[in-house]
Ligand binder design. Structure first.
Ligand SMILES: [Fe+2]
Length: 386
């Protein structure tokens, strides 16, 4: 997490006695990253966090690996397949590599269990729907276009306000943390004036509701494709206070301030978050380049070390034909792509775009899963022929 935050009660100093009303100790848990060398938080529980009365392996995630997928530009529609379920079970995995997986889901129920991803950090884009992300760190309310970062190892639930609404989420799992690019921050970590967002744009858990409840509480843990169930004899949200830099937070996409230039600026200008394995960009409505001969449409490009994913959120996508809201284009590393015939010429003289899109560029190959076959625009690769 980028900034320090604290909620609830805690002792004056870390690692010192902190007593409950009955005279017994609260249990301190330090959640660390990179082996006590990077960001961490200290939580104070009613109960020891390692208590479990049962541990059981559940069914693994469906194997959707596509053996030898085509090495070509791909376009598919994420609104075509619907899988009933909550924020986790409704997800469909469309892309994967060793470090990353990308899912889309249309949640139409809420979970009665708790979830913990023990091998991945998560980016969750709320395209449609509102509700609350409940976690040990408190409640984080969300509305459409919120981009929520959930650190690896967080116990949480996503509860939608209306399960009959047309909720839609995009989830990116990464085995390294989502962070704010270094060049957006000064030597003290404060966001620079030129950053595309400011501290005030970030939303933190702001409501801690510690549960001192005993019973049988089911925690589903995900370890890549495996699911493991822990039954805990006390409520997992039993934290009375915490502080630190590691906790879920959100940034609404509409709070992202885009940058433009006299001539076309490349995608890194739209950076929102980075991990060790990918960059994540926000494309928001913006003025186009103002050079008198500028071509606003992107030039053809071969990004030879990255696979480019673009999720189309809203608006008119000026360089692509055939894409719709909910579309994903996937341009594999080494294969050139760019505007379809006529789109370059059409962009000349235009001064504004109202497109919204989320881009994920992985460093290295990313592969479509067999789920892509079920909703693919099979002629996309031919769309440059005309
Ligand atoms: Fe591209």
């Amino acid at each position: 997490m980028p900034f320090y935050h604290k909620l609830g009660d805690m002792p004056r100093k870390k690692h010192t006695t902190f007593y409950k009303a009955d005279g017994t100790l609260y249990r301190e848990e330090l959640v660390s990253t990179q082996g006590f060398s990077s960001v961490y938080s200290n939580k104070y529980h009613y109960w020891e966090p390692c208590k479990a009365t049962s541990i059981k392996e559940l069914n693994s995630l469906e194997d959707v690996k596509w053996q030898n997928p085509p090495l070509q530009n791909i376009h598919f529609y994420t609104d075509k397949i619907i899988k009933n379920g909550d924020f986790l079970s409704s997800r469909i995995e469309y892309m994967q590599n060793n470090e990353t997986a990308i899912y889309f889901g249309r949640p139409n129920s809420n979970p009665d269990y708790f979830y913990k991803n023990i091998y991945a950090h998560e980016y969750i884009f709320i395209h449609r729907g509102s509700g609350v992300l409940k976690s040990e760190y408190g409640n984080l309310r969300f509305t459409p276009w919120d981009q929520i970062i959930v650190p690896m190892g967080t116990i949480y639930q996503i509860i939608f306000d209306d399960v009959n609404a047309d909720n839609k989420i995009m989830t990116v799992e990464s085995d390294s943390a989502f962070t704010i690019p270094k060049h957006y921050r000064n030597e003290y970590g404060q966001l620079e004036e030129h950053a595309p967002y400011e501290e005030r744009d970030f939303n933190f858990p702001d409501e801690l509701d510690p549960k001192d409840e005993k019973g049988e509480f089911r925690i589903v843990m995900k370890a890549r494709n495996r699911f493991i169930e822990y039954i805990q004899p006390h409520h997992p949200f039993d934290v009375v206070g915490w502080d630190g830099y590691l906790f879920p937070f959100s940034l609404n996409m509409k709070d992202y301030n885009p940058k433009t230039g006299r001539i076309h600026l490349p995608p890194p200008i739209h950076l929102a978050f980075i991990t060790k394995g990918l960059v994540l960009c926000n494309f928001n409505p913006r003025y186009f380049d103002w050079h008198e001969q500028a071509i606003p449409a992107p030039y053809f490009h071969s990004n030879v070390e990255s696979t480019e994913i673009l999720y189309y959120v809203e608006g008119d996508f000026m360089s692509r034909s055939g894409v719709d809201v909910g579309s994903v284009t996937m341009h594999p590393m080494g294969i050139p792509h760019g505007p379809q015939p006529g789109k370059t010429e059409l962009s000349v003289g235009k001064n504004w775009t109202d497109e919204y899109a989320v881009m994920v560029d992985t460093f290295g190959p990313l592969f479509p899963t067999t789920k892509v076959k079920e909703c693919e625009d099979v002629d996309y690769w031919k769309s440059w022929l005309k």
